[in-house]
Design a protein around this ligand. Structure first.
Ligand SMILES: Cc1cc2nc3c(=O)[nH]c(=O)nc-3n(C[C@H](O)[C@H](O)[C@H](O)COP(=O)(O)OP(=O)(O)OC[C@H]3O[C@@H](n4cnc5c(N)ncnc54)[C@H](O)[C@@H]3O)c2cc1C
Length: 257
C-alpha cells in the first residue's frame, strides 16, 4: 500500500486557443464572414484576446478547452474539485475498481511530524484496508465495502475545463486560503496552461493578488501577497522557458509556500 504523490499532465487542448477565441470574439463585433475573420485572427489574436480579457467579455474564451490527467490525489481533493460544476470529470470508480492495492496520500503536516508519525499514518491505512478486505471476503460488494475507505485513498481522474472556468478555478484554488492539495494541483495546472497559452493565462491567471493586483479576500486575507507574487513570477519564468509538465510539478512541489 504505497504512498502516492501528485502527478498531473495536460493531455489535450484546443489547437491554437488564442486564434480560436479571437475568431469567436471578432465575430460578435463584425459584419465580415467567418472565413475572412479566421484569416484576420491569425497574427493578431493575442491583442484581441487581451482586449476581451480587459473588457470582461469572457464568453468567447469558453471556446478553448484543456484536458488534464491527475493521479496521486486524494478523495478529499476529489470532493473539492468536483464542486467546479462547469468542468467535466471522469473519475476512477470505487464501485468497479476493487481497492486490492489501496494507495493513499499522506498530508505534508504528517510528514512534518517525522518518521514515527508517518509510520502511524501508514498503520492506520493498513488497518482500514484490512477492514475493507474483510467486508469483501464476507461477500459485500465493492460499492458497499468502500464505505470504510478514507479520504486519503488515492484516486485518478481525467477532467476538462474551458479557459473561462480555468481562470475562475485559478482565482479560487491558487489562493493561499485554498486547501494545500488542491492549491498545489491548481498551480501546476496554471503553469502548464501558461506555457501553452500565455495570452490567456500569463496575466489573467492566478489568485486575485496576482491576476487583479489586489487580494479579494477582505478580512480573510492571508497577508502573504508579496510572497505569492514572487512565487508566481518564478513559475512564470520557467513556463516561458518551455518547462515540461514534470518540471513544473517539481517546481511547485519544492517552492509552493
Ligand atoms: C477557500 C475555499 C473554501 C471553501 N469552503 C467551502 C465549504 O466550507 N463548504 C462548501 O460547501 N464549499 C466550500 N467551497 C467551495 C465553493 O463554495 C464552491 O463550490 C467552489 O469553489 C466552486 O465555485 P463555483 O460554484 O464558483 O464554480 P463552478 O461550479 O465551476 O461555477 C462557475 C460559475 O458559474 C456560475 N454558476 C454555476 N452554477 C450556477 C448556478 N446553479 N446558479 C448560478 N450561477 C451558477 C457562477 O458564476 C460560478 O461562479 C470552498 C471553496 C474555496 C475556494
Amino acid at each position: 500500500m504505497p504512498e502516492r504523490k501528485l502527478n498531473v499532465a495536460l493531455l489535450q487542448y484546443t489547437p491554437a486557443p488564442a486564434e480560436t477565441i479571437a475568431l469567436a470574439g471578432r465575430l460578435c463585433y463584425s459584419a465580415s464572414d467567418i472565413s475572412s475573420l479566421n484569416d484576420k485572427s491569425k497574427g493578431t489574436a493575442d491583442k484581441f484576446v487581451q482586449k476581451l480579457l480587459d473588457l470582461g467579455h469572457l464568453s468567447p474564451i469558453e471556446h478553448a478547452s484543456f484536458t488534464f490527467g491527475a493521479e496521486g490525489v486524494s478523495r478529499a481533493l476529489l470532493a473539492q474539485i468536483t464542486r467546479h460544476r462547469i468542468a467535466s470529470f471522469s473519475v476512477q470508480s470505487q464501485r468497479y475498481v476493487q481497492q486490492t492495492e489501496m494507495n493513499y496520500v499522506i498530508p505534508k503536516s504528517v510528514h512534518a511530524l517525522g518518521t514515527d508519525a508517518v509510520e502511524e499514518f501508514e498503520n492506520q491505512m493498513s488497518q482500514i484496508h484490512e477492514w475493507y478486505n474483510s467486508w469483501l471476503s464476507k461477500g459485500i460488494p465493492a460499492e458497499d465495502a468502500r464505505f470504510v475507505l478514507p479520504n486519503a485513498a488515492e484516486t485518478r481522474m481525467v477532467f476538462t475545463m474551458n479557459a473561462r472556468e480555468l481562470l475562475l478555478f485559478f482565482k479560487l484554488r491558487c489562493c493561499q486560503r485554498a486547501q494545500w492539495e488542491i492549491r498545489a494541483l491548481a498551480w501546476v495546472m496554471l503553469g502548464i496552461v501558461r506555457r501553452e497559452a500565455p495570452q490567456l493565462f500569463e496575466q489573467a491567471g492566478g489568485p486575485s493578488c496576482v491576476s487583479q493586483g489586489a487580494c479579494s479576500e477582505g478580512k480573510m486575507t492571508c497577508k502573504m501577497a508579496a510572497q505569492v507574487r514572487e512565487f508566481d513570477q518564478k513559475l512564470n519564468a520557467i513556463c516561458r522557458n518551455g518547462a515540461s509538465d514534470e518540471e513544473i510539478l517539481s517546481f511547485v512541489e519544492e517552492n509552493l509556500i
